[in-house]
Design a protein around this ligand. Sequence first.
Ligand code: 82X
Length: 232
Amino acid sequence: EKVKITKEQQALMKVVVEAYNRHQIPQDVAKKLLQEQYSEEENFLLLTEMATSQVQVLVEFTKNIPGFLSLNHEDQIALLKGSAVEAMFLRSAQVFSRKMPNGHTEVLEERIRKSGISEEFMTPMFNFYKSIGELHMMQEEQALLTAIAILTPDRPYVKDQQAVERLQEPMLDVLRKLCVLQHPQEPQYFARLLGRLTELRTLNHYHAEMLTSWRMNDHKFTPLLCEIWDVE
Ligand SMILES: CC(C)c1onc(-c2c(Cl)cccc2Cl)c1COc1ccc2cc(-c3cccc(C(=O)O)c3)sc2c1
């Protein structure tokens, strides 16, 4: 049957996409990736600064997701803590797939590869970046997929999962319709996007180990990252 995005679905998408585009890492912060030198220490410090800036951006974006601020306050925190790493993988993946004009892509890869992350995490991490790049996602899809990842009901410590489901479902609905309308030649496209969310869950586990090994080598994080990742 003819798929049609309703007026209210258009409005929901508009709010999410505008919030996604409005809240970005400040360009002077992103530009540092190109300027500073390349020691493992310098790479780690730069990536820590990017992640800290990204978490601030993520909090502002999340506050603009319709209904999020009406959730139970503890659940809001649980959703942010539970999705931060996934949202940052999605965000940094877009840097790779966007093929940044001013060489951010190579520089970011170089810095991630030389920041004290052990080899075993590089493969799954860069496989994910590659699989996102191959989707050539539109910004509407990126914004909605990030909102859907944040609104995952079964994160640890979420009390009212139904309330989160009620916010996530309309996002999934409009993303499904958008995929059908934008990728008519690829009926499985929506399923491929959701498959990325499953891949992100596995990256959470790798990331927890990355944090442990950084801490074992006495790497320091910022207070915001310590809070969101429950370290120190
Ligand atoms: C604490 C730090 C060492 C760390 O620990 N784990 C991770 C991580 C790594 Cl490695 C990979 C994936 C996820 C995480 Cl969470 C990180 C670094 O996380 C980040 C997070 C977001 C961004 C956005 C960027 C970026 C660049 C240019 C342009 C833009 C742009 O949006 O224009 C964004 S770089 C960047 C680095």
